[in-house]
Each structure stands twice: as structure tokens, then as C-alpha cells.
Design a protein around this ligand. Structure first.
Ligand code: FE
Length: 377
């Protein structure tokens, strides 16, 4: 019997059914969990942390008026976004239910729950994930002049099914005791034989790398990109890493000299270890610009409260929320003209790649196949 059928067959009010769906689904997903190790610095996105924690914080059973409740399925860590969501509740009286898990299980849950889903909004990381959710019909298009004015078009789905809410740069990191910044230039240059045995990379299973390679296919063409990632694989100092933080630690430990990671992982490590001996380098300045991706959100297709979800998304894109949302995880605001944190300012300014992030989704399959072909694990 499907999950929807289980809860549909019970004569319960919607909020209670919602709670049951979540509980049953959690039990189902718990059976297929795995045990990836992760460091404390890796933990702000659920997508990069051990999945065996208690993640469901649903309290829909106590909710009364569904218009006054917005239920978020979130792959962002609760600690990270809860203070901001509390502010919204304080200002508007709208209660927020937060269900936290990895993106894959959340999307599977949305699919399984169908029309019975309690979810109004999907909040996750990477345009590749949001694109995938939209492809699966899990998100609905919205038209919002507020989002259009707050979020640059390149960080929104052209069909309005999702929008970026914060930015992260995926760029080059290096060991300054062995590498001079003027030896560095582009992602493509890391394929040069001069980096033989000196490069560290995260696994190609990470959507972040799939999006980076997709952006290279868009900028440089498939043939050139394949040549580059083949060169990366040839230059690897050691096996690929399961997460960005351990890759950064490997540079610090002298295992490799250069690598590619998301900027906020570096920020989190610096928070814990201000003397961390690794430097950030803005890739592709003077060419296509540094690869930038988003965290973002979309209104769930089967939401009972799409207006409430959209209002919350609009608020998250506002001046009031943007600085807090972005700086909570060392990210960059998606809205222009918002102050960055002191740490981010210390890394200097950089030119961003101008690609519409939706391309990362469109070219995802091609990127995955290409990485597989060249033996990038
Ligand atoms: Fe992450």
C-alpha cells in the first residue's frame, strides 16, 4: 500500500494526516540510510551530513488554520534557518513547520505523498537539485514582481518554478607554502601537467561538481570540457573526497596543493581555525568568471497554501532577511546591495560567471556521463 493510500484511508484531519505521512515516511527512509562520516564543519547543509540524526520537527497536529501555516521541506540545517523563520513568524503570525532531511529523500517524499503532502515549499541547495525537482513536477510556477526585482534573472528559473535565495562560489583553494597565487588562473588550468600529483577533488557524485562541469560545458563546449576533466583526473594526488571540508583539510595537511571547493565550507573551517593554512583564489577572473551556484526554494505543486509559501519566499529575498540568511552560512546574498559579512569581504571581490544557473540542470546528465567516461569517480 502506498504512503498516500495509508494516510488517505484514515479518516483524519489534514494536519494529522500530514504528521502521519511524515512519520511513516521517516520510518521508511530510516531503513535505507547509510553512514557517511562528516566533520562538524560540514554540517550546515543536511545534504552533507550524516543522515542518522533525528531530523523531523513536524508539529502539524497542533496547527489550526492552514493559511496561517507554511510547511517547509528543507535540506538546510534547522539551526541555520530557524532563527530567521522565527523572525517571520514574529512579524506575520504565520507559523512555520520545518521538516529537515537530505534533498533526495525530501523529493522522494514529495513524490510519494502526492496530493496529500503537507509541504508548501521546498528549500534546498544547488540549482541542479531545484531543476530536478521542477523536472519531476514537484514545483509549480509562480509570478512574483518582488522576486523579479530582488533576485537577478540568472539566479531564477525562467519558468518561475524556483528562485535562488543565497549564493555560493565554487572556486580554487591552495596551499600558500607551496603555491604562489600567480601560478593559478582557471579551472581548466588545473588540468595542466604542472599540477600532476598535486590536485585534490571531491567526488563527481556531488551535485556541486556536476553543476561546475555543466557550466564548463556551457562555456567551453563538450570537447574541451572533457579534455579538462580528463586532465584533472590525471593530476589527482589521491582518491576523490566525499566532501569539500575533508578536501580542504587535505590541502592543509600537505596531501595536495590545489583543489576546488564551495566558499562557505572554507568559511566554516576558518571560524573554527582562524589560522587554517589554505588560501582562496577566485577562478576564471578575466575569462568566464567564478562558478556561482545558489541555495533556493520553490512552491510545491500540491501545496495547500501556495500564497503563504510565495509570501515567505518573497520575504526571504528581502533586504531584511537577505543579510541574515546569507551570512548564517558564510554565503553571499542573492540580492544586490546587501552587506556581506566581514569574513567574506576579507576574501575580496570577484567577477561571477554570468550563466543562468538553470543550465546546470539542463546539462547535468551530460556532465555526469562525461565524468563517468573519463574515470572521475
Ligand atoms: Fe554544501
Amino acid at each position: 500500500m502506498s504512503l498516500t493510500a495509508i494516510t488517505e484511508n484514515l479518516s483524519l484531519s489534514r494536519p494529522v494526516k500530514a504528521t502521519l505521512s511524515v512519520a511513516i515516511f521517516s520510518m521508511m527512509m530510516g531503513l535505507v540510510g547509510c553512514n557517511n562520516a562528516s566533520t562538524p564543519a560540514e554540517n550546515a547543509d543536511v545534504d552533507s551530513q550524516a543522515p542518522d540524526q533525528e531530523t523531523v520537527t513536524d508539529t502539524a497536529a497542533v496547527a489550526t488554520d492552514s493559511d496561517q501555516v507554511v510547511t517547509i521541506y528543507s535540506s538546510r540545517n534547522e539551526q541555520l534557518i530557524k532563527p530567521l523563520l522565527d523572525k517571520y513568524t514574529e512579524a506575520t503570525g504565520v507559523k512555520i513547520e520545518l521538516v529537515t532531511d537530505k534533498t533526495g529523500p525530501l523529493m522522494a517524499r514529495l513524490e510519494a505523498e502526492g496530493q496529500n503532502t503537507p509541504a508548501d515549499m521546498l528549500l534546498t541547495v544547488d540549482a541542479g537539485n531545484l531543476w530536478q525537482a521542477a523536472q519531476q513536477g514537484l514545483l509549480q510556477p509562480v509570478a512574483s514582481s518582488v522576486l523579479e526585482s530582488n533576485v537577478p534573472a540568472k539566479y531564477r528559473d525562467p519558468k518561475g518554478q524556483w528562485t535562488g535565495l543565497s549564493l555560493r562560489a565554487r572556486t580554487i583553494f591552495y596551499d600558500p607554502s607551496k603555491v604562489d597565487a600567480n601560478q593559478l588562473s582557471t579551472y581548466a588550468d588545473l588540468a595542466d601537467p604542472k599540477w600532476k600529483g598535486k590536485l585534490c577533488l571531491r567526488t563527481s557524485n556531488a551535485v556541486y561538481n556536476q553543476s561546475l562541469v555543466a557550466s564548463m560545458i556551457e562555456n567551453l563546449g563538450a570537447e574541451k570540457t572533457e579534455e579538462i576533466i580528463r586532465g584533472w583526473v590525471d593530476n589527482l594526488a589521491t582518491d576523490v573526497f566525499s566532501n569539500d571540508t575533508s578536501m580542504l583539510e587535505a590541502i592543509a595537511a600537505g596531501q595536495c596543493e590545489v583543489g576546488i571547493a564551495n566558499s562557505y565550507y572554507y568559511g566554516r573551517v576558518l571560524d573554527e581555525k582562524p589560522d587554517f593554512p589554505v588560501q582562496i583564489f577566485w577562478a576564471n577572473q578575466g575569462t568566464t568568471g567564478t562558478h556561482v551556484n545558489i541555495s533556493g526554494a520553490g512552491v510545491v505543486t500540491n501545496s495547500d497554501n501556495p500564497d503563504g509559501a510565495l509570501k515567505l519566499m518573497e520575504w526571504l529575498s528581502s533586504d531584511e532577511a537577505q543579510g541574515i540568511y546569507a551570512s548564517a552560512d558564510k554565503e553571499y546574498p542573492v540580492k544586490e546591495g546587501i552587506d556581506e559579512s566581514e569574513m567574506l569581504r576579507s576574501w575580496g571581490t570577484f567577477t561571477q560567471d554570468n550563466i543562468n544557473v538553470q543550465k546546470f540542470g539542463e546539462l547535468q546528465t551530460q556532465a555526469i556521463q562525461m565524468m563517468d567516461k573519463v574515470g572521475y569517480k
